[in-house]
Design a protein around this ligand. Sequence first.
Ligand SMILES: Cc1cc2nc3c(=O)[nH]c(=O)nc-3n(C[C@H](O)[C@H](O)[C@H](O)COP(=O)(O)OP(=O)(O)OC[C@H]3O[C@@H](n4cnc5c(N)ncnc54)[C@H](O)[C@@H]3O)c2cc1C
Length: 428
Amino acid sequence: MDRLLVVGAGPKAMAVAAKAHVLRELGLPAPQVTVVEPHAVGGNWLPSGGWTDGRHRLGTSPEKDVGFPYHSTWSRGNSHAIDRAMMAFSWTSFQVERGTYAEWVDRGRPHPQHHVWAKYLQWVAKKSGVELVRGSVRTISGAADGWLVSVVDGDGSATEIATDRLMITGPGQSGRALADHPKVLSIAKFWDLVARRRLPVSSRAAVIGGGETAGSAMDELVRHDVLTVSVISPGATIYTRGESYFENAMYSDPAKWRALSLQERRDVVRRTDRGVFSVRVQESLLGDSRVHHLQGRVVRVAGQGEGVALTLRNEQRSDRVHAFDLVVDATGGEPLWFLEMFDADAADRVELALGGPITMDRLEASIGHDLAVSGLDAKLYLPNLAGLAQGPGFPNLSCLGELSDRVLASGPSSARAAMRSTTTAAAS
Ligand SMILES: Cc1cc2nc3c(=O)[nH]c(=O)nc-3n(C[C@H](O)[C@H](O)[C@H](O)COP(=O)(O)OP(=O)(O)OC[C@H]3O[C@@H](n4cnc5c(N)ncnc54)[C@H](O)[C@@H]3O)c2cc1C
């Protein structure tokens, strides 16, 4: 049977699990989906994942759920049936089943706290009956027929799982900090201290980074007793994601994306995604006179008395040094974090498909319509790197229904499928 293994039980895994369940129910082909996760379903939306304390709110609407935009392109004749069946996995159905739908509407459809979003994802997991393997993926090797994935559980025992196709999700670990200094916190350390109410008292705090990770950290810091909170990012300003119809439509429906030039695509991503706080985060921060923006890249971190001095570099000016007594490194995950798991042979296969050493640019450019690396015999789906080539909504929560269509419609590579059918025919 065609098997798809997903690394990480976040929204992308649940979108694929729900769609595979629906396809099977409708008598359509779908792989057996296995999801490997060390924490819990929705782990990165809970304090244990190290990216949030779970109490901050989702930036996007929860109606952008695992089926959104409910415009299946999987198979023309079955699209409506698929969309109808996917509605059973919607955020609205979740609210109805919990008995909280009317209250949610009457309260003005608030964006849920991250831990409630995790509960929604756990509900999807249960309803879809997806196979969950508790553990961390440690190594990925190439196999004759796909990939061999080694999973280590909490007790340290390892299991090997063979899979035809592999999908990597999530931003990796959150424990990395710009410098090893007690006043420079990784995002995991920051949320851990917040949860334990042990965040050091500070008068001049800084958050490095301009995305949702930084936004949530700022949102938390302004609730504490600080004199100033500076957000540091290379851009001239922190943009607000406008949430206008035109911007949102680009994220929900990537159909027009391929017609844009590379420069236009980069421009859209820069203006709407990178260095951008959601409208909700901006609303709570802009009215606060303690919040400032400092432009620049941090090129040096040095201890200074009880605090730290950060050197900020801008192309047009000389370096400037700013002193803080607390710094949060919220620059986000390392996009290529998953390469650490690839053994030499698996990495060679990817290099061969890319036609050169593995780089971010090459990988981004290689992502095909099915969100997999083009030219690889065994499918390797990297939706988090699909933004530039396929659409800005694929790395985030903007079009999870379209993401699952693209992944599931592609099947194992046609060459291998053909080989299999020849083998089956010869055997019978
Ligand atoms: C604080 C914060 C707020 C955000 N808010 C929004 C928002 O409102 N809207 C939006 O569109 N995007 C938001 N994002 C971006 C968000 O991360 C992505 O949109 C989305 O969560 C990615 O989903 P995912 O399924 O790829 O991964 P995740 O939800 O990040 O899940 C990845 C999973 O992989 C697991 N994992 C890690 N390593 C391994 C391993 N070795 N083996 C097995 N499992 C592993 C983790 O435990 C985790 O559960 C936010 C990000 C952050 C950090």
